[in-house]
Each structure stands twice: as structure tokens, then as C-alpha cells.
Design a protein around this ligand. Structure first.
Ligand SMILES: [Zn+2]
Length: 271
């Protein structure tokens, strides 16, 4: 459907979602995926300092370290870091916005939203920038820049309305970060019993993901051999099986996000 079409109540918000999980060049998506899978040993990754969190480890005190929305995931050097959603990734190491972050990647998710992945041991993003999605490795966990132990500093930014420069971006609530675990879609930190990333004690929870594959569309079941009793007897073979079937954004992720309080910007039609 096009952006101007009325919303069909039979499909609910599916009718206005502009994005599918599998992004292509030029397609933005919100940063809603956990940016790590597991540690190098296959185990879960510990969450360190978050916004307004307390406790200390590895020589820094959370209270002074994170006075804004950000999450430190404690993981071994070399652990792959994935984009949290679709967008255009750039290596901003040494550039404005990258100070103290060591090797750092920024992903522009459109709608004034961006995410930052800092202290990387190495950056895997094309020097010219590249379109990425939640299946793309951006780099490896490290301890470059202002860091005292290997970890991923993950942060979400938003450009206040009316602001025009990247320098005016503000750190904002990253919201729930989704992951597939044993075939189920879960969100952190909710699955661990926390409503928000704010105020957690250092090491309050661990996270892990099997990747985003559980949000793939379910394949159409093969029609039963004797299902032709109805009017479809002479339907042409290979007729529109896809018929714009709603993707996982429409059927799975977006409704869940509504439950947990997702921003509405990605529900707006494109263009
Ligand atoms: Zn940090």
C-alpha cells in the first residue's frame, strides 16, 4: 500500500508500518535489537553500568560514569557487535561525537534517531559507510578510548524536534532490546524482571540472543492435497501466495513494542 492509503482496520497497524525486518539499501529501521548475541564462550553477557545505575567494577563508579541513557555490556575483546536495527553505519572514530569512545560506530536509523557502539577493538564498517541491519557485524568489543575494561558502550540518541545538527543529539531511553532465545522473542531488561534500563545495579542481569531469526515470517504451510473442495478448485498454480503478507514487524514486533511503549515515529508512513 502507499503512504496515502487509509488504514484498513482489518490489518490494524500492519497497514501503516513502513519497514520490514529484512532491510535493504535505503531502508531505515528502529534500533530495537540487542546488539550482542553471546560472549565468545557462548555464554551470556553481563550488563554493567546503565543510566543512573550504581555499583562499581573495573575501576569506575557507575554513578559518575553514566549520567545519561547508555548501557555497558561487559564482554570479552573480540565479541561481535551487531547493529541494533537497520540504517546507515559510519565509523566516527576521532570525529565529533566520537571523543573518548575509542573506535566507535554510529548508525543513523532515520527519523532523527541514531545509535552508537563504542570502545570497539576493531571496526568492520566500510570506510565510506554502509547500510546495515541487525544481522550486520559492526565491529568487535574492545577497550579503546576512555575505557578500563573490554565492554560495549551502547547508546541511543535522538535529535530534538527543530534541531538540525548531529551535535544537538540527546541521549535517550534505548527502550526494550529484543532477542530471540530458544525460538521465542524476548525483550531485555523486561524478561529479567526490570521495567527499564535505568537505575540498575551493576551486574543486575545478563543478556544473550540467538539472533533475530525468530522474527522471520512463518513459511506458508503447503496446501493439503485434498483442499480443493471449496471454490479454489481452478485457482491458477502459483497464484499470489505472498499477497503482501505482513512481515514480522507487523505481526510480532510492532504489537509487542506498542505494549511496552514504543515511539510512534516508525509507524508514520514514509515520504
Ligand atoms: Zn559506557
Amino acid at each position: 500500500m502507499s503512504a496515502g492509503d487509509p488504514i484498513d482496520p482489518s490489518v490494524g497497524i500492519a497497514g501503516v508500518l513502513p519497514v520490514e525486518r529484512t532491510a535493504g539499501v535505503g531502508v531505515y529501521g528502529p534500533p530495537v535489537w540487542l546488539p550482542l548475541r553471546t560472549g565468545l564462550d557462548g555464554g551470556e553477557v553481563k550488563v554493567g553500568c546503565t543510566f543512573d545505575s550504581h555499583g562499581s567494577q573495573h575501576g569506575y563508579e557507575c554513578g559518575g560514569h553514566h549520567d545519561r541513557w547508555a548501557i555497558d555490556f561487559i564482554a570479552d575483546t573480540g565479541t561481535p557487535v551487531y547493529a541494533a536495527g537497520a540504517g546507515f553505519a559510519t565509523n566516527i572514530t576521532g570525529q565529533p561525537g566520537g571523543s573518548g569512545f575509542g573506535n566507535v560506530v554510529r548508525v543513523d536509523h532515520g527519523f532523527g534517531i541514531s545509535t552508537v557502539y563504542a570502545h570497539l577493538a576493531g571496526v568492520a564498517v566500510d570506510p565510506a559507510g554502509e547500510w546495515v541491519d541487525e544481522t550486520t557485524v559492526l565491529g568487535m568489543v574492545g577497550s579503546t578510548g576512555s575505557s578500563s575494561t573490554p565492554h560495549l558502550h551502547y547508546e541511543r540518541f535522538a535529535l530534538p524536534s527543530g534541531a538540525t545538527s548531529v551535535g544537538q543529539e540527546a541521549s535517550v531511553d534505548p527502550g526494550p532490546l529484543f532477542a530471540c532465545r530458544a525460538g521465542f522473542l524476548v525483550s531485555f531488561p523486561q524478561v529479567a524482571g526490570f521495567d527499564s534500563w535505568q537505575g540498575l545495579a551493576w551486574g543486575s542481569l545478563t543478556v544473550a540472543s540467538d539472533g533475530p531469526a525468530c522474527a522471520e515470517p512463518t513459511p506458508e504451510p503447503a496446501p493439503a492435497p485434498d483442499a480443493s473442495a471449496s471454490s479454489s478448485e481452478d485457482a491458477p498454480a502459483g497464484a499470489d501466495a505472498d499477497d503482501e503478507a505482513p512481515g514480522p514487524w507487523a505481526t510480532l514486533i510492532a504489537p509487542t513494542l506498542r505494549i511496552v511503549g514504543h515511539s510512534d515515529v516508525w509507524d508514520a508512513p514514509l515520504g
